[in-house]
Design a protein around this ligand. Sequence first.
Ligand code: HEM
Length: 576
Amino acid sequence: MDSLVNPNKMAVTDLLTPTGLFYYLLVPTVILWYAYFRYQRRRLYELAAKIPGPEGLPLIGSALEFMGSANDIYINMWNRSLEYSSETPVKVWIGPRLMVFLQDPRDVEVILSSNVHLDKSTEYRYFQPWFGNGLLISTGDHWRSHRKLIAPTFHLNVLKSFIDLFNHNSRGVVEKLRKEVGHEFDAHEYMSEATVEILLETAMGVSKKEQQSGFEYAMAVMKMCDILHLRHTKFWLRPETIFRMTSYFSEQTKLLGIIHGLTKRVIKNKKLEFNKGVRGSLASYPGMKAETAKAETSTAKTTKVEDSGMSYGQSAGLKDDLDVDDNDVGEKKRLAFLDLLIESAQNGVVLTDQDIKEEVDTIMFEGHDTTAAGSSFFLCMMGLHQDIQDKVVEELDQIFGDSDRPATFQDTLEMKYLERCMLETLRMYPPVPIIARQLREEVKMASTGVTIPAGCTVVVATVKLHRNEEIYPNPTVFNPDNFLPEKSANRHYYAFVPFSAGPRSCVGRKYAMLKLKILLSTILRNYRIKATIPEKDFKLTADIILKRADGFKISLEPRKKSGLNITSPVAPGVRV
Ligand code: HEM
């Protein structure tokens, strides 16, 4: 009643209540905090204003553009990117976070070749419950010392000792695929399972007989990536407290149980072997080893690795810590990945048990999902381009004739056309579509001279960089000749970086190339691949690993009448 007479009196009385005071002070506090926030970041705003890109909406920036499915986001981002010159860096605001996308190889070089801009962007923190402080996301001295330890375990000398395992597993895939002959199926499921099992046998030294199927692990990884992708693109899922209240969190806990369950078993059993005095044992198949050794004698030639073009996935002229001379590697460093880690952890000084677990989790993920996607895209490309497939098979016929013998290291150096097809696949469909770094200091770009501010996330979108039409004429056409030696030599080194480049390049680059050559050549020696869905209808997903939402559909026709005669002598190893 009083308030009807005198509304001002009511307002003052109400303000004196605790709730009233709270609201009265909240507004100016928020305004002050925001003004301070903007003032602290004034340099970031000043420099961002000079970078082309959408300004977005107040407070949320362009966050709404990341709505919809992973395929919708991919299409939207691609179309938006066409609005800007392929030379200039482009900014995007997601809420208060500034992201700058690099499109020009000269700018990419500034970031990737640097020993300063080494920190992964904050978006990688969602991997933390999975990889802990593993190589992919760690930083500073921890990353440096672990990289120094791990890189030599993927040296060519170690990889050559995996050849009979690569061959044996590739034949296994050919056998498993036999049941799919004559109808369409999703190649990715086979590639995923195979890459997990190969990784377990080689880098982890766990024999096939002792493994459980890699399928459950591979599927759990796929679902985990979906959750991480949601957290990258849906800004409301980013805060930990909100995420923990969603069903995604309980799903993540379940999936991590499966993923970590496998890695824990691998380490536990490998340690048991170690304590029994078994050192540095790599699982191998005596029968296969003998076959490979025989084939090696018959194919001995002198093609050198360095004469074999881009055999190991790196543009000519780019060097990293994997490109050390073969003879530089001492006896101890020739151990395979998990053997070396366990040996290094013996006194707990170099590595702790937790360190080992984190690195095994990292390598298991990085080493399988990337190659599964790469090999699946390759098979689709072969299926769609029959003329190109014919040329690959012609080359394989020249190398192997009618023989079913296993591939040797020497053979892989001779697979030059197949290699070009693999590189072209990695150009058009780079399994890691985005590489992101957190900038700690501002840096001037080589292309337009614009300065990128400290505090932003700088992104190399390989998927866009590799389709720059000024570098690759007709960039959407699958053309293995893009990797003819003369074409590669005339291109900027950083115009092709599927494995990243510089100090944080992929440690598994040579492993991936060697394994893929053996796996894919074995499949093509046994089957003609067919595919019907044209590339323009691929539903690509802007995920952590580039994939097809519509599945990697192919069909197979046997090339040979008789099946392969696989004898699988039991390899020494540990039970997982
Ligand atoms: C086609 C296959 C592969 C592709 C395209 C690929 C690509 C990449 C890329 C682009 C990066 C840099 C990621 C970033 O900076 O965010 C990377 C890092 C890494 N890759 Fe691979 N990778 C492949 C296979 C492998 C394999 C087989 C392994 C191990 C067996 C592996 C282990 C790693 C590790 C440990 C890192 C982190 C390196 C560091 O930060 O020092 N990768 N990979």
